[in-house]
Design a protein. Structure first.
Length: 376
């Protein structure tokens, strides 16, 4: 059995560094992200925007059938909460009315930040969960996943707008329980706690079978007013710039890394053919740090968990220009254990990346640049 005291200590160490804001952040890249997300919805609406209906499942070793609510209710609630929150930032875009009477305050749970329950959002009167989720996906720069609790206490991926995942597909994970999502990916499986290993979905690379109960307990205890925020990172190889090529909506391949992974439609079926083709050209100029700001937050009415993923791409050349960053970055890459190196595809870019970072670190040393320690 998993040592629960170890889990508690691990979670405390991770969560203590999280901000409690959990707010959706819009920035100066909103317009370009909007174009990419809108384009993705136009070309792959069925694969990238999914709302599961209520379902009944059977699990091995369990006598009782598991009833799982659909994702529509949570999707509708999510777009209302997002619109109301954004209306405070952009008051000319939406008109929002909240319940004010004592009877209504008793009847309905409060919204995010303790605000009164939402009464209306004009002109948005939604009854279609899929349409609600589509609108929500274009209000923000984040990908959105909705986890719904089943009668077995497990959390199931019941709805999502996953438009710019980069290297995984929602159709391979939708409808699965939290532990099944972990087991379905090519991720390291650990016999003991390894806090430095991070997952591409939800929280951690820990042994999913051992973690199922405590992690689901953590989800159940997640309250409306205490969202969780964390950060994750990967390395991405973007296609080399061709000045004569026609411009595209997504030149950096934020949405899907086809330069390395091949076509999205064939992913998982054609890895052999991808690896047999010409290897990607890797230079310092086309290596990107792909980092994700992930949040977990509970919706007040449906009780579903909203998992948001805001992705950023930074050219390594720009990062290495910051004093002291190159040496720290190189140290982080060298600290990866073998299973993480394989998962992050370090074999494709490791030599080129480390050679460049070491050169930039030597420049910093030569210039005797003073650096401050990390604040975390």
């Amino acid at each position: 059995m998993l040592d629960i005291s170890e889990l508690r200590n691990w979670l405390h160490g991770i969560l203590s560094s999280f901000t409690d804001s959990g707010k959706t952040v819009l920035d100066d890249q909103f317009e370009s992200y909007y174009r990419i997300r809108q384009h993705r919805l136009a070309i792959k609406p069925q694969e990238l925007l999914i709302v599961q209906p209520p379902s009944v499942r059977e699990h091995a070793g369990q006598d009782e059938k598991v009833h799982i609510g659909g994702g529509a209710e949570a999707a509708i609630e999510l777009v209302h909460e997002l619109a109301e929150y954004l209306s405070r930032r952009y008051p000319t875009t939406f008109t929002v009315t909240r319940h004010a009477s004592t009877a209504d305050l008793v009847k309905y749970p409060p919204g995010w930040d303790g605000a009164a329950p939402i009464k209306t959002i004009c002109p948005m009167l939604l009854r279609d969960g899929r349409e609600a989720l589509r609108i929500a996906s274009l209000l923000v720069q984040d990908d959105l996943a909705l986890m719904v609790e089943g009668t077995d206490g497990g959390y199931y991926f019941q709805a999502g707008a996953i438009l710019v995942a980069g290297f995984w597909r929602m159709i391979d994970k939708i409808g699965k329980r939290l532990d099944e999502i972990h087991l379905s990916g090519d991720v390291p499986k650990c016999k003991s706690l390894m806090p430095r290993i991070q997952s591409h979905l939800i929280l951690t690379f820990l042994d999913a079978e051992k973690l199922q109960v405590p992690l689901e307990r953590f989800f159940r205890r997640l309250s409306v007013d205490k969202p969780v925020v964390r950060n994750n990172y990967f390395i991405q190889i973007s296609p080399p710039r061709d000045p004569e090529a026609e411009p595209t909506v997504d030149t950096e391949q934020l949405a899907w890394g086809s330069y390395v992974l091949g076509q999205e439609e064939e992913y998982g079926r054609s890895k052999a053919s991808v690896s047999a083709g010409a290897p990607p050209v890797v230079t310092a100029q086309n290596i990107r740090l792909r980092t994700e700001r992930q949040t977990l937050r509970r919706l007040p009415r449906s009780g579903a968990i909203v998992f948001t993923i805001r992705t950023y791409l930074f050219p390594v050349e720009e990062l290495a220009c910051e004093p002291g960053i190159a040496a720290r970055f190189a140290s982080a890459v060298r600290s990866w254990p073998e299973d993480v190196r394989q998962y992050k595809g370090e074999g494709r870019y490791g030599d080129v990346l480390l050679r460049y970072l070491d050169e930039m670190a030597a420049r910093d040393d030569g210039e005797k640049i003073e650096t401050k320690p990390y604040p975390f």
